[in-house]
Design a protein around this ligand. Structure first.
Ligand SMILES: Cc1ncc(COP(=O)(O)O)c(C=O)c1O
Length: 381
């Protein structure tokens, strides 16, 4: 199990290899796609996920999540695809948390359902979970906190129910990161990341990751290889470098998000704030138990008298942008971005309308963030 006080040290050093000849401190970037196979080290090839830079980043992610092994893919969706195709067979059944990231639902409905997967939707209450388990239920997939409404699921209770019944517990840990939440220690079997987000952290990398036991990662690896969603040496080296500042960035983003959530909750132009760090948030007590901070993402809904378009246009440096978790603050309407492909009726049920904003808090000065939001809210009326 990862000692959480050592997470910043692991961010910098875990997995790293020093330059063999030049005594440099950084891992060398190996750009080769062709490797000599006669030296007895087996066949190396980037798509086989066994190049030196892949191994370094995988070791860092495994160390942070307290996992035996990890796999890095060319996108978060690449990681989810590898996990689902690697562990499931046509006819199998999975349980999906209601309101998953739109791309995950789209992958399942667009590719896995036609392939033969069956699924049930879970409302997130541990009390209703056991009732959804069927003889061929192999896996349950959750997020916590969720995208975009920052709902918190009781991970230890969820894992206990699934473990007892032999159903794999898998979680998209993108929003929390291992700095704030380590699901394997709470009983989960597999953790997935859109490493495009906090791991990359600078809005310039597309990548994904899986972490879990060596046995599960070995079962998933052939699907990851077949799906061909692998990264080259340069991108892996960039990911390794970004991850060295993961703890610093996430701690700062999380602290600023808490302050912003508090100030937005008081603002007349805001109808609702969604942030598990607020004591009145329904997920607060569970989040306090299972997280070491509440994260850098928050949701809020504009009051009826504010115009979403005018609000976004009035922001000076908080950029209206898809994606999240960069060092720069960004904001988006999930109804038009991450959840645009989700059926309108489902969006309505989840409360994802044009007034709902998802703010990804960057590492800028808190004062500037408060000022930018306050000015734009004023001009949106
Ligand atoms: C929570 C979450 N999971 C998964 C993904 C998919 O990751 P990627 O875009 O890296 O494929 C995203 C992307 O926005 C996300 O926000």
């Amino acid at each position: 199990m990862t000692d959480r006080t050592r997470l910043p040290t692991l961010c910098v050093h875990a997995g790293q290899r020093k330059g063999p000849a030049e005594n440099g401190l950084n891992t060398p970037i190996v750009t080769s796609t062709a490797y000599d196979y006669t030296g007895g080290e087996g066949v190396r090839y980037p798509r086989y996920l066994n190049t030196p830079n892949h191994q370094v980043v995988a070791a860092k992610i495994a160390a942070l999540e307290g996992a035996e092994d990890a796999l890095v893919s060319a996108s978060g969706l690449g990681s989810i695809s590898a996990l689902l195709f690697g562990l499931l067979e046509p006819g199998d059944h999975v349980i999906l948390l209601d309101g998953l990231y739109g791309g995950t639902s789209d992958l399942i409905d667009g590719l896995l359902v036609p392939w033969g997967l069956r699924h049930s939707t879970w409302d997130g209450d541990p009390g209703t979970l056991a009732g959804l388990i069927e003889p061929r239920t192999r896996l349950a997939w959750v997020e916590s906190p969720t995208n975009p409404l920052l709902r918190v699921i009781d991970l230890a209770a969820t894992a206990a129910i699934l473990n007892e019944r032999g159903v794999l517990a898998a979680i998209d840990n993108t929003f929390a990161t291992p700095i704030l939440q380590r699901p394997l220690a709470l009983g989960f079997d597999l953790v997935m990341h859109s490493a495009t987000k906090y791991f990359g952290g600078h809005s310039d990398l597309l990548c994904g990751a899986l972490a879990g036991s060596a046995e599960l990662i070995d079962r998933i690896r052939p699907a990851a290889i077949r799906l061909g969603s692998s990264l080259n040496g340069q991108d892996l080296a960039l990911l390794e470098r970004s991850m060295k500042t993961l703890a610093l960035r996430v701690e700062r983003q999380s602290a600023s998000a808490l302050e912003l959530a508090r100030s937005l909750a008081e603002h007349a132009a805001i109808a609702e704030v969604y942030y598990p760090g607020l004591p009145e948030d329904p997920g607060h007590a569970i989040a306090r138990r299972q997280m070491d901070g509440f994260g850098g993402m928050l949701g809020f809904r504009l009051a009826g008298d504010r115009d979403p378009g005018r609000f976004l246009a009035a922001l000076e440096f908080i950029a209206p942008a898809v994606s999240l978790a960069g060092v720069e603050s960004t904001i988006c309407q999930p109804s038009r971005t991450s959840h645009a492909r989700v059926a309108a009726a489902v969006r309505e049920r989840l409360g994802i309308d044009d007034r709902l904003m998802r703010l990804s808090v960057g590492i800028e000065s808190l004062e500037d963030l408060v000022e930018d939001l306050g000015r734009a809210l004023g001009q949106a009326g």
